[in-house]
Design a protein around this ligand. Structure first.
Ligand code: C5P
Length: 223
């Protein structure tokens, strides 16, 4: 690999999809950093929508969410704990609603249009949000590994968390995300699979992803 860099006028759209705790956030963040892409976690947007709905219980959810996402400052989101069990569960319920998804779709598309060199991760990025993405990654790993991975993260904040419960909730959430009518989690036909079962194999994952990114840069802009 040559460690190609994108130039100022270049455009590159990367979609990264996968189940809960499949390693997609780590992969997408690292590749974004390496190639100077603006990163967005769409899961965080859904989680924020859930957080706001739980907090304010508005009469009209859709009008309320439209307002929130019109003036959303992404930096603010880092300061809120959006990974509680309550929010995770509620998020995957509201994420089934078409009208909620439309609001977030507009937000994500505007983001891609504005920054031009972007990587968005989620469930429906390659299939619905950015179907013309230059590169699509689809992250896969076993439920056991995903649960261990998420358990380790959650344990840092909450010593009472149990692996059994984490695994159960990931399974429910993945089933809900895969089987819903609107924008289910499915692999786009043109997506490249990234397996992340081996917890320690981040360099391996990075070299596979980098190879694909560099091939695309060459294809679009020459060497
Ligand atoms: O990625 P993360 O686990 O933070 O996503 C939380 C939830 O948000 C998912 O379980 C899913 O229900 C919803 N989501 C979605 N579409 C996306 C991203 C997240 O439905 N593009």
């Amino acid at each position: 690999m040559e460690n190609l860099k994108l130039k100022k006028h270049h455009k590159l759209i990367v979609a990264a999809d996968g189940g809960a705790a499949s390693g997609k956030t780590t992969g997408a963040k690292k590749i974004s950093k390496k190639y100077g892409l603006k990163f967005l976690s769409s899961g965080i947007l859904y989680r924020f929508a859930s957080y706001q709905l739980l907090k304010h219980k508005p009469k009209n959810k859709i009008t309320f969410l439209k307002k929130i996402f019109n003036k959303l400052n992404l930096k603010k989101l880092n300061k809120i704990n959006l990974h509680t069990a309550e929010i995770s569960e509620h998020t995957s319920i509201i994420a089934k609603e078409k009208k909620v998804r439309v609001i977030l779709k507009l937000f994500q598309r505007k983001f891609a249009k504005k920054f031009k060199k972007v990587c968005i991760e989620g469930r429906d990025i390659g299939t619905v949000i950015l179907p013309k993405a230059d590169i699509k990654f689809y992250f896969v790993c076993s439920l056991n590994i995903a649960a261990k991975r998420r358990f380790k993260e959650l344990r840092k904040k909450d010593k009472n968390v149990k692996l059994f419960d984490v695994k159960k909730s990931l399974k429910i959430r993945n089933n809900r995300d895969k089987n819903r009518k609107n924008s289910p989690l499915i692999q786009s036909k043109d997506a490249v699979i990234v397996r992340t079962d081996k917890l320690k194999n981040i360099p391996g994952m990075m070299s596979k992803m980098s190879e694909i990114v560099e091939k695309k840069i060459k294809e679009k802009y020459g060497s």
